[in-house]
Ligand binder design. Structure first.
Ligand code: SF4
Ligand code: SF4
Length: 742
């Protein structure tokens, strides 16, 4: 696990994880014609069919296809100061996990005489003609029409673009060919960096266009500009003997850019490396990380760890044969996909107000950052399933497991677990109402961290909340999608189950694969290193894989002694009472109806994740937090004191330094404007004494589930309240089971 001694709580997000502000800068640009012409990257390795690069190709082409688009004719109300805008866009880029961001002029030396276009875009368009009918996600016609237009469109002029935002993604350690799990990921650094930088640039270009300014993304495969020259002009790299060099990172990085007509303030060009202050780039403050999140000891999380093990010490966790909460596997009822609360809202089961709020994903569109993420998320739906190739079908389950984990971590997944995928984890019917016959029996579960820094600045239910979720969903759709494609390339079946089109219930798979334990939040599985601050996804397959075991890190005892999430939940959806049996699972069952209603209809923000924000396991990752984690895992008796201590030190409160987003909302004229509603921005409610006996909660177990078809099935809340009250403990459930009672 990476080492950080100092908190960066007083460092604004736009400054990034590296102490760029400590570098020496110069006036005037060097001769940019002396910069090496950017290399052309191809996502094809026909001589090495097992290379992960082959699986990335269609995803890169898909993002290249949507790098440009329509500009919102209704311009947003946002700060006019170019510095504010640059800071804001850089912070968005860091939120999306860029290593470094820079702003500079779109210099004429950077314009390519022959724009580059990814040849895979045309191949993808051909492939999609036959693949489009296989996906189930709603709104697929709109996605297809958008893609068709994007693929066929000729890029227009960029006459009005004067400015460039540059994204830099550093490489981590090169995989060692002798390390387990390295079979697929050798020689893929440039492609990984390109893919990740492209994801970021495509989202932010779309964001700027939604705000009403023209913008276009440029990548290592499709570009109108030379990224190397832009990186120098934006103050990210210096020219040394005809090569680009970046402080701390050297020559190991990938680039993408967004050019735009929006006015931006520029970063000054870097001084040569010989003039860079030793204290900033090599001195004790860099080693200790006194100025920034990155330091010499944590810069590369894989410097001393195998890729297959991940960045966190998962190998130290206590493994157990069965999850720490009871699952009555033979009797878990399967429910239709239609039972999902957001689906129920869309079909009008919960009334007109909710249906209006959910229609067309309004809760996503009303926030500009999340609507900007939505386009790529929709496009990836078309790639998450497909035919398998006549590949080599590797049969060594241990080796397959090592390769799957190493490739997932190499790409940027935060936690990976492997398990069986039993029938009871599949929905009974898909989104069209058709019965699902489980096609795969193995699962690769993945976790994407929602990011501590932005969560620190948020209340959990303000205007960034929905984008925090969508960012993680998008990341899984991309990386989980690549892994599913990789499996298919090797000859096995595989499907990535994303937020847009998933057919499995992820919480039980996370439990089986050892990625967390059941928490009081309810359906949220809590991971010991990431807390509840996560989104999950799963790839199901028939590839033989060795399994991980469930984990026990003492969370059941901890959540029994803490109800901070329940106290802080703005809708009162989380139980302050004990665990109960629900659909065959032992769980702190929350009132999903209340939660979904709040998330869809809240006016002072968009969506909610306040339970994740305020949980004591939502940690920054500092060395000083290790005693907390150790005591919470190893000394169950300390749980009540630790929960009180967390409140006493103010964890889960607001940190305005980390608030980088604008509180703007989609208005009736189509422009994003200052929201007219009072902002959801609240501190901790430490004086609230929430008692279970004062709560009225409803649940909808299988007997109350809707029919599987896409039309209304009104929700009966009284029946739901009665169902809540009739739930029993796991002990009572097992006693009745043994006695043969219902
Ligand atoms: Fe928000 Fe739902 Fe969590 Fe409550 S349970 S804090 S409404 S996300
Ligand atoms: Fe458990 Fe407390 Fe976190 Fe809720 S806030 S999930 S009770 S540790």
């Amino acid at each position: 696990m990476s080492i950080r001694f100092f908190s960066d709580r007083n460092r604004p997000v736009h400054m990034g994880p590296y102490p760029l502000e400590r570098l020496a800068r110069r006036d005037g640009l060097p001769d940019l014609l002396g910069a090496p012409v950017m290399a052309t990257l191809e996502f094809r390795r026909s001589e090495r069919p097992e290379s992960i690069v082959n699986a990335m190709g269609e995803f890169q082409a898909m993002m290249d296809a949507i790098r440009d688009g329509l500009v919102n004719p209704a311009r947003a109300e946002v700060p006019a100061d170019p510095q504010d805008r640059s800071d804001h866009l850089k912070a968005f880029g860091y939120f999306n996990d860029a290593s470094m961001m820079g702003c500079g002029p779109l210099v004429t030396e950077a314009l390519l005489s022959e724009p580059r276009r990814n040849a895979d875009i045309d191949r993808l368009a051909e492939a999609l003609k036959t693949r489009q009918t296989k996906t189930l996600a709603s709104g697929i016609d709109v996605i297809m029409a958008d893609l068709k237009d994007s693929i066929e469109a000729q890029p227009g002029p960029m006459d009005t673009h004067r400015n460039a935002l540059v994204f830099l993604y550093e490489y981590h350690r090169d995989p060692d060919p002798s390390e387990p799990g390295s079979d697929w990921i050798m020689d893929a650094q440039a492609h990984r960096a390109c893919l990740r930088a492209t994801e970021n640039a495509v989202v932010i270009a779309n964001y700027i266009r939604l705000l009403g300014w023209d913008a276009r993304a440029h990548t290592a495969t499709t570009s109108d500009v030379d990224l190397n020259r832009l990186a120098v002009a934006a103050g990210l790299a210096t020219l040394e003997n005809g090569q680009l060099v970046v402080p701390w990172v050297g020559r190991r990085f990938g680039l993408a850019a967004v050019t735009t007509e929006m006015d931006l303030a520029y970063d000054r060009p870097l001084a040569p490396m010989s003039e860079q202050p030793w204290s900033a780039t090599k001195g004790p403050s860099w080693w200790m990380g006194t100025h920034s999140a990155k330091n010499a000891l944590n810069r590369d999380p894989f410097a001393k760890r195998r890729y297959m093990d991940g960045a966190h010490p998962f190998e130290k966790l206590k493994r157990v044969e069965t999850p720490t909460t009871y699952i009555d596997e033979p009797n878990v009822p399967r429910v239709p996909k239609r039972a999902d609360m957001f689906a129920r809202a869309q079909f009008g089961d919960m009334g007109k107000a909710l249906q209006d709020g959910a229609k067309g994903g309004h809760y996503v569109r009303k926030s500009a950052p999340s609507f900007a993420q939505r386009r790529a998320l929709g496009a990836f739906v078309l790639l998450q399933d497909g035919d398998c190739a006549s590949g080599p079908c590797p049969t060594d389950a241990e080796r397959n497991a090592a390769n799957l984990k190493a490739a997932s971590y190499f790409l940027g997944v935060d936690a990976v677990g492997l398990s069986r995928c039993p029938e009871w984890t599949w929905y009974s019917h898909d989104a069209t109402g058709e019965e699902i016959v489980p096609p795969h029996d193995q699962a690769v579960s993945m976790i994407i961290d929602q990011g501590y820094e932005t969560m620190e600045g948020a209340s959990g239910d303000d205007w960034i909340s929905v984008a925090q979720s969508m960012r993680a969903y998008l990341r899984f759709s991309l990386l989980g999608g690549v892994i599913a494609q990789q499996i298919r390339n090797l000859g096995y079946k595989a499907k990535a189950h994303t937020v847009m089109d998933g057919e499995v219930l992820q919480p039980p798979l996370l439990l089986l694969s050892g990625l967390g334990e059941v928490s009081r939040i309810g359906e949220v599985i809590l991971n010991p290193y990431l807390g509840p601050r996560l989104k999950s996804g799963a790839v199901t397959t028939d590839m033989p894989i060795a399994h991980d075991q469930p984990i026990d890190f003492g969370l059941q005892r901890f959540c029994e002694s803490c109800n901070k999430c329940a106290r802080e939940c703005p809708s009162g959806a989380i139980t302050a009472g004990p665990k109960r049996m629900f659909n065959g699972y032992e769980i702190w069952k929350s009132d999903s109806q209340k939660c979904a209603t709040y998330r869809i209809t809240t006016k002072g923000g968009a969506m909610c994740g306040r339970c994740m924000k305020t949980c004591p396991w939502n940690l920054e990752g500092l060395f000083a937090e290790r005693p907390f984690r150790w005591a919470a895992m190893n000394l169950p008796a300390t749980a009540p004191a630790l929960a009180r201590l967390d409140d006493a030190v103010g964890n889960g409160g607001l940190n305005d330094t980390k608030k980088w987003w604008w509180d703007i909302e989609l208005a009736e004229d189509g422009a994003y404007r200052a929201s007219p509603h009072p902002l959801n921005r609240r501190g901790l409610q430490t004086d609230l004494d929430l008692r279970h006996e004062d709560q009225t909660l409803a649940v909808y177990p299988a007997p109350l589930a809707p029919h599987p078809w896409p039309y209304p099935f009104p929700m009966d809340r009284e029946a739901g309240i009665a169902a809540y009250e009739s739930m029993v403990s796991a002990e009572e459930y097992q006693r009745r089971l043994a006695a043969g009672d219902d």
